[in-house]
Design a protein around this ligand. Structure first.
Ligand SMILES: [Mg+2]
Length: 277
C-alpha cells in the first residue's frame, strides 16, 4: 500500500517581495499600514463578526513591539466599528471612513468635525438609502458619521443592481455634491471627501515614517498604492489584475505570511542596530 500525504506546501512569497521587504525593514522609521476587510480579515456576512486572521493579528503585535515601527489599520469602516473588529494593541493608529476619521492615539477623540450642513446631509442621505433598502431583499444600509453605505452582498445580482441604480438616481436628484464610491458589493456615499491615499500621506507626515508598507484588497486601496514612494512596499490581497500595487498575493491567508516575514526581518534589523549602538 502506498501512503501519500497531502500536507500543503508552505506559501512562498512572490518573486522580488522578500528582497523588497528586506530593504524596507532597514528603514529608520517604519509605518506598517494595512486595510482590514479582505486583507487582515476574510469577508464575513456579518461585518461586526469579522476578525483578523489570528496569525496576522499576532504578526501585527510582533511588529508593534519593535522600536521605531508604527502600525495603522486603514479602513472604510466607521471608526467605531473598526475599533471593535480590529481589537488593536494600544498605540495602533486607526483610520476609519477612508480617512474621514483618524485616531492617532487610542482613547483620543478622532478628528472629525462636520458642519451643520454636512450633518443635515448625512441624516437625509441615511433616510433616503433606508427607503431604497426597504424595497429590496438582502440589501441593508450601514450608517457612518459622514455618510452611508448600501450593502448588497446577500442579494442576487439583479436585485443588487436595481438597488444600486435606485440609490444613485435618488441621491443624484437630492444632493448637489456627494462623493460616491463603488466597492465589492457595496456602494458608499459620503458628504466629506477623503480617500486612503490622502490618509496615508497624512500618516506618513504625522509618524515621520521613512518607509511605508501598505496592503489592501479593494478599489479604495488603489489611492493608497498610488502615493507609495520608491523604497515603500505595496501588496494587493487578491489577483485583480488591475492594481497599482507592485506585488500581489491571493488573499488574507498569504498576507499573514507577508506580515510574518516583515516582522521577522524588522526584528532582526532592530536587534542588530541595538547591538551596534
Ligand atoms: Mg478591504
Amino acid at each position: 500500500m502506498i501512503l501519500t500525504t497531502t500536507s500543503p506546501s508552505p506559501y512562498s512569497l512572490p518573486a522580488g517581495l522578500p528582497e523588497a521587504l528586506d530593504r524596507l525593514a532597514r528603514t529608520p522609521r517604519l509605518l506598517v499600514a494595512i486595510d482590514f476587510d479582505g486583507t487582515l480579515a476574510p469577508f464575513t456576512d456579518d461585518p461586526l463578526r469579522s476578525r483578523a486572521l489570528p496569525d496576522s493579528h499576532l504578526a501585527l503585535i510582533a511588529l508593534w513591539k519593535i522600536p521605531a515601527t508604527k502600525i495603522a489599520v486603514v479602513s472604510g469602516r466607521a471608526l467605531d466599528s473598526l475599533r471593535i473588529v480590529a481589537d488593536p494593541p494600544k498605540g495602533t493608529i486607526l483610520v476609519g471612513s477612508h480617512g474621514v476619521e483618524m485616531q492617532m492615539v487610542v482613547g483620543e477623540d478622532p478628528d472629525l468635525q462636520l458642519t451643520t450642513q454636512e450633518i443635515t446631509d448625512v441624516s437625509d442621505l441615511n433616510e433616503l438609502l433606508d427607503e431604497v433598502a426597504e424595497d429590496h431583499n438582502e440589501v441593508w444600509v450601514e450608517h457612518k458619521p459622514a455618510g452611508a453605505v448600501l450593502h448588497t452582498r446577500g442579494a442576487d445580482s439583479a436585485e443588487a443592481q436595481e438597488a444600486e441604480h435606485e440609490a444613485l438616481a435618488d441621491t443624484e436628484d437630492e444632493f448637489s455634491s456627494l462623493l460616491v464610491r463603488p466597492g465589492k458589493d457595496v456602494l458608499e456615499f459620503s458628504v466629506r471627501e477623503a480617500n486612503k491615499g490622502e490618509a496615508l500621506r497624512e500618516l506618513r507626515r504625522r509618524t515621520h515614517a521613512t518607509g511605508v508598507f501598505y496592503a489592501g484588497d479593494d478599489l479604495t486601496d488603489e489611492d493608497a498604492f498610488a502615493v507609495l514612494r520608491s523604497g515603500d512596499v505595496g501588496v494587493h490581497a487578491g489577483y485583480s489584475g488591475r492594481t497599482r500595487a507592485p506585488f500581489q498575493v491571493p488573499g488574507p491567508a498569504q498576507i499573514t505570511v507577508v506580515l510574518q516575514y516583515l516582522a521577522s526581518v524588522r526584528a532582526a534589523v532592530s536587534r542588530q542596530t541595538a547591538t551596534m549602538a
